[in-house]
Every structure is written in C-alpha cells, then in structure tokens.
Write a protein that binds this ligand. Structure first.
Ligand code: BEZ
Length: 255
C-alpha cells in the first residue's frame, strides 16, 4: 500500500487566525456550491480551526470536521464543534456522509489518489465532493522567490513549495478514475489582498521552509524573499497581494 507523505506543516492557531483570515472569508463561492441542507451529514476535510465547519452547522447540517493539526483542532473544539484528528490520506469512514467539503486544505495532501479514494469510500452513493484549493499556477511568484532563496542558501529542495497544485484536467481525471462524475471544475485566479502583509503570509504558509534556517539566517532569508516579490506583488502604497489561483470543483459519487 502507498504510504501517505509526511505532514509538511506545523500550524500555530494564533498565526493562522491573524494571517490566514482570508481563507474562510473568501470561501463564499465554494460554500454556495456545497449548499448544505438541514439534516445532511457532512464531513469537513481539513477543517482547521472550524470557522467553516461552524457555518455548515449553522445551516442545519450534522457536520464532523477532521484535520491533522492538534492545535487547530483544539480551537475548533472550543467552539463546540464535533472534530477529530485524521489524515486525509487515510480516511476510514464507510458510506457515512451526504457530502464531503474541503476548503484550502487539499493542496497540503500530496498523494491525491489516497485522498480521493478515502472520500469516495466515506460518501453515500450519489454523495457530493465539493472543494476549493490551490490550482495550477497558484502562488507561482511566491514559490519562485522561495526557490531562489533556497538555491542561494543551500536549503532543502523538498521544503520549497511542498504543495499539490493540479490542472483542471489532472484533478478532473483523478475524480473520474475514483468513480465520480464531475459537475464543475475550474481554475479561478483570485489575487488576494494580504491585510497582514507578505511577511505574515510567508511566516504562516511558508513556515516549514523558513524554519530550516537558524537565526539570523531565517530573517535574512525572509527579507530576500520579500525583496524578490516586492516589484510584482506590492503596490506603490505598500499593499501586498498574493497570486492565488484556486481550483474549485463539485463532483458526485456514482451510485
Ligand atoms: C493557498 O491557500 O493558496 C496556499 C496556502 C498555503 C500554501 C500555499 C498556498
């Protein structure tokens, strides 16, 4: 059996709340595609601190959140949500859910065959899999800057851009191969204003990359990345934008 890849990221709940606030705030379109209904049983895959899990519950559905981060799960539990620790590569639910939802999490799961097989198993026949995550070209400028800094400083290449950002064809093909009918799948460019700046983004989402350098090299590496990115992602007023591209999809498990 294929082994799931090792988790690449440790999450700090406070950093995430401060620098990743845009993640649930910009999830309106995918949430509308999920359209949770009262009484439905829904799995929130990669629920993080449970912000969207709570919205699914507020819509009247019975929702279980799963995530790998103990720290984020603790925050979700404090909100009174039903959550449990689980690796998205090894879901062990069998025909329990009407829908599986995932926002901004699937790009961290680098063996998508294992993930989609587990989602298919977890869904009832005709159940839906609805999600959004980084698609092909996501954070291309940011990843290139990290690659350049890593090459200059002799960083671990495995720590640069350790994400899965597929094309529409690749992800649609994976869904079909696992017994789904794809209803919608699209790449959506979504330049994202960063209220806490690019350093906040890099320290939160690129943490495993920058943490490989002991201080003072870590701060120097961060400043080098910022200098590389400033001409393309920072405007004349000092406002930063992340070059996000989302892959948004809705698929139905075949009966
Ligand atoms: C994203 O939401 O696009 C993203 C998050 C973390 C790392 C890379 C991309």
């Amino acid at each position: 059996m294929t082994r799931p890849p090792e988790a690449v990221q440790r999450w700090s709940a406070s950093d995430y709340a401060k620098n990743g606030r845009f993640v649930p705030e910009l999830a309106g379109a995918v949430f509308a595609m999920l359209a949770p209904k009262p009484g439905e049983c829904i799995l929130d895959l990669g629920c993080g601190d449970g912000t969207l899990t709570a919205e699914i519950r507020a819509a009247g559905a019975d929702v279980l959140g799963v995530d790998l981060s103990d720290e984020l799960l603790a925050v979700a539990r404090m909100k009174g949500l039903a959550v449990q620790k689980a690796d998205g590569h090894a879901l062990d639910f069998v025909q329990e859910f009407d829908a599986v939802f995932s926002n901004a999490a699937l790009h961290w799961m680098r063996a998508p065959d294992l993930v989609i097989a587990g989602v298919a198993r977890a869904l009832k026949p005709k159940g839906r899999f609805v999600g959004e995550f980084g698609g092909h070209g996501n954070v291309a400028a940011i990843a290139s800057a990290m690659r350049a800094v890593g090459a200059k400083r002799g960083g671990d290449p495995a720590k640069v851009a350790p994400w899965f950002f597929p094309t529409v064809e690749e992800y649609g093909g994976l869904l079909e191969a696992h017994g789904f009918t794809v209803r919608e799948v699209a790449l959506v460019p979504r330049p994202t204003p960063l209220k806490t700046g690019m350093d906040g983004w890099l320290m939160t989402f690129g943490q495993s990359f920058f943490d490989q350098f002991p201080e003072p090299d870590r701060t120097a590496a961060l400043n080098e990345a910022l200098d590389l990115l400033r001409p393309s992602l920072c405007d004349s007023q000092g406002r930063w934008t992340a070059d996000h591209v989302r892959l948004r999809f809705s698929a139905e498990r075949n009966a």
